[in-house]
Design a protein around this ligand. Sequence first.
Ligand SMILES: NC(=O)c1ccc[n+]([C@@H]2O[C@H](COP(=O)([O-])OP(=O)(O)OC[C@H]3O[C@@H](n4cnc5c(N)ncnc54)[C@H](OP(=O)(O)O)[C@@H]3O)[C@@H](O)[C@H]2O)c1
Length: 197
Amino acid sequence: MRILVIGATGLVGGAAADALEAYGDEVLRASRSSALAVDLTDAASITALFERVASVDAVVSAVGSVPFKPLAELTGEDYLSAYRGKVAAQVDVVRIGTAHVTDGGSLTLTTGILAREPIRTGAAAALANGALESFVISAAAELPRGLRVNAVSPTVLTEATGYHAFFPGFPPVSAADVGQAFVRSVHGVQTGQVFAL
Ligand SMILES: NC(=O)c1ccc[n+]([C@@H]2O[C@H](COP(=O)([O-])OP(=O)(O)OC[C@H]3O[C@@H](n4cnc5c(N)ncnc54)[C@H](OP(=O)(O)O)[C@@H]3O)[C@@H](O)[C@H]2O)c1
């Protein structure tokens, strides 16, 4: 398959891209700093990316920036920033990218464990993850042409050592295992699913 991975220079997106390549896929790696450049906070940039790649069999998005602050310090702007940086960014991949995915293809988004487990400072991230996971359930029911949409929702990654102190007692998951969840989403039959790991 020909697969577009957005966020491919990152930890999660890199794991997805490597796992899909190992499976035998042709992977197009995109991010703001990649030769295949895109900024998911700019709808015109997403449109330009999909016009450039024209047609793919699957899209993976592993992007999302959200503020981490104690609940009492989170401002309205912080919540909007989480929405723009993680929710709207990935919803726009589905909204704009769907027309560029071949019949029977798929779109896979990235959420995270904070949709179902709280940590201190995680409220804005939880809001973003939960919103995206609900979106995936509903969007799957309406996508045309046999297209599928899922979310991969990992706990903290073993390799993301800078985050470990925020996740006391949470067994981390390896980037390699997260990569396999993307392979399952792209090459499996599931739709409207959240792959929690
Ligand atoms: N790391 C973890 O333990 C973990 C656990 C659960 C969920 N997640 C989720 O996984 C996603 C990715 O996290 P990560 O840890 O892999 O982050 P990361 O290592 O910082 O990578 C982020 C990737 O997204 C790209 N990117 C950032 N902003 C972008 C934008 N506006 N438009 C296009 N590309 C953009 C970055 O490349 P450029 O800078 O070149 O754009 C990079 O390729 C996030 O949604 C995060 O919440 C991560």
